[in-house]
Write a protein that binds this ligand. Sequence first.
Ligand code: NAD
Length: 284
Amino acid sequence: MKAKIIDGKALAAAVKQEAAQQVAQLKEKGITPCLAVVLVGEDPASQVYVRGKINDCAQCGIESRSIRLPEDVTQAELLAQVKQLAEDASVHGILVQLPLPAQIDEKTVIDAIPPEKDVDGFSPVNVGRMQIGEPCYLPCTPAGCIRMIESTGMEIAGKHAVVIGRSNIVGKPAAMLLLAKNATVTICHSRTQNLKGLCASADILVAAVGRAGFVTGEMVKPGAVVIDVGINRGADGKLHGDVDFDAAAEKAAWITPVPGGVGPMTRAMLMLNTVEAARRAAGV
Ligand code: NAD
């Protein structure tokens, strides 16, 4: 294997330490950052994610509130809960764990989170602010990807970055953040022609497809930085990324593992956003 590993766990630990230091400073001013996490239903994966976020808060000294609602909750009940949290000045960040059950319109719920408490960075106002480079909460997964790329020491400016995937929560914002760092960005998706050729010319390759092993070794340019966002549960019960790790690692200079790559960084970035929300709310 030629590539060096971008250790998401170690980087996430450093980011959480950074968050914890900022929390300690805020506490000296009498401010305790607080994140409210709303979980609807019993989806096992969502439960694991929420537990992880609550643990992260504890590690960073951030207060957390976990609100659990039944699978059959109505849209009106969920919106009332979000409104209550929106009006509660002691809550700085609100996160509604996705996906939501079929009777709930996700967009309406996300829109109900005030932009200043939208620590996931999913609301239209935050997305718009990010697009024009105004202060905002950056979506955690793409922001974590940027930190991981920067951790390699590779200059992003001027490089060809290829993002596979155009979802609103990963692909599109990852492309926008790379553009903001002056990369030349290509977004590939399910209708892209010559996807393999485009990927093979990428200095930075971000895979957010949701298909195990989608990125093969021939799609990796020698010396590239490869960021694997994918989380796919295989028939073996294990988690797999979108990248054929062994083949890609023979050619890349740097690569993220799955698990232990983008996942932990995503959670750590949420902590930084929550601290930032508390700071902004207090005007300090
Ligand atoms: P999504 O399903 O919303 O989007 C997938 C994207 O891949 C789409 O834009 C689609 O155009 C593209 N795509 C699908 N098939 C393709 C093909 N054959 N060729 C080219 N492009 C194709 O998924 P998402 O929410 O963006 O998530 C992507 C992956 O990242 C999933 O595995 C998800 O579990 C994972 N994820 C990980 C984290 C993390 O913290 N590590 C966070 C969010 C999502």
